[in-house]
Write a protein that binds this ligand. Structure first.
Ligand SMILES: C[S@@+](CC[C@H](N)C(=O)[O-])C[C@H]1O[C@@H](n2cnc3c(N)ncnc32)[C@H](O)[C@@H]1O
Length: 309
């Protein structure tokens, strides 16, 4: 089932303005989703302009078809994980690009369509794969990971203070009962969550599992490194993040050229970072946007530009 509105793009103008689009330039949207950002980029391209859009989700691929019909060879959709950015650019014989945009995480579609298993709002199989052909599902994580591994995931990816407790409840419960559905997981954990934080903490548990299932941190790390390499001098990277781990990696990349934030200097002690920050402070959605699109509340936008050395 496809939801009516697939996804409302977040900070659409700010994000695409950040690319400083040249009509004949080559651009990459790493997270096509409902195509909101891609459409805006395409509308600013002219003769010779190219857009390559990635998404690993089969449903997102369907959204790309009308754009292919309208824009022909100016637009290429690539159904793949964006961790393979460099390989795909090599495949299309693209050496450098003028801009790269990423709007990380899941789309509203993922959360709205119950059977994808991303949300505790619907009772469904614990799936949570963005790429429906991938092997690992959330139910596999809950079934097979050790208590220590589960605690780490909840702590690192969900920032849950009671991560050890939640992991131990799951491990005890799975010895006696199946944990196949979002409903079963929610009912199991609810008694251990404080009433006023119940929804927030459940959202964090689900976020943590989803990040693990989709290998989001390792994909982001690999993509950010490749993105810096394939950007042309003066090229821009604009990234929307939705939780602090992602934002830290992007911030570090722009500041120091690597996701760890290690400053590297040349013989003269000058910072060798390949990018410079375009926005000194992170850009957040306006209160008006948050009101119509609550998802934008947690979004942080960072823009970097490759030095022309
Ligand atoms: C927040 S949505 C993007 C929404 C889009 N900007 C729009 O305007 O509709 C993120 C999309 O990126 C995709 N995605 C997330 N991580 C990915 C990855 N590592 N590789 C490829 N696609 C990914 C998801 O499947 C999802 O469709």
């Amino acid at each position: 089932m496809i939801s009516k509105v697939y996804h409302i793009p977040v900070m659409l103008k700010d994000t695409v303005n950040g690319l400083d689009i040249k009509p004949d330039g080559t651009y990459v949207d790493l997270t096509f989703g409902g195509g909101g950002h891609s459409k805006e980029i395409l509308s600013r391209l002219g003769e010779g302009g190219r857009l390559y859009s990635f998404d690993q989700d089969l449903d997102a691929q369907k959204n790309a078809r009308p754009l292919k019909e309208t824009y022909g060879t100016s637009f290429t959709f690539i159904r793949s994980n964006f961790r393979f950015l460099k390989n795909w650019m090599r495949y299309y014989r693209v050496k450098h690009v003028d801009g790269i945009l990423a709007d990380l995480g899941v789309s509203s579609h993922h959360l709205d369509v119950g059977e994808r298993g991303f949300s505790f709002r619907h009772d469904a199989k614990l799936d949570m794969r963005m790429n429906q052909t991938a092997k690992l599902k959330a139910s596999d994580v809950l079934k097979n990971y050790t208590e220590k591994q589960l605690a780490e995931i909840f702590y690192l990816y969900g920032e849950l203070k009671n991560s050890r407790k939640l992991a131990s409840i799951i491990v005890k419960a799975r010895a006696n009962e199946e944990m196949e559905t979002t409903g079963q997981l929610t009912e199991l954990l609810k008694p251990y969550l404080s009433y006023d934080r119940e929804k927030k903490d459940l959202a964090r548990v689900f976020q943590a599992l989803r990040i693990e299932v989709n290998g989001e941190m390792s994909a982001l790390r690999q993509m950010l490194t490749s993105a810096t390499e394939i950007l042309a001098p003066g090229g821009r990277i604009t990234i929307l993040t939705y939780h602090s781990l992602e934002d830290r990696m992007v911030k570090n990349l722009i500041k120091s050229g690597n996701v760890e934030g290690k400053t590297e200097t040349d013989l003269f002690g000058k910072n060798k970072a390949p990018l410079k920050a375009i926005n000194r402070n992170v850009i957040m959605a306006s209160p008006e946007e948050v009101q119509v699109n609550p998802r934008s509340r947690s979004a942080k936008l960072r823009i970097g530009e490759k030095w022309q050395r």
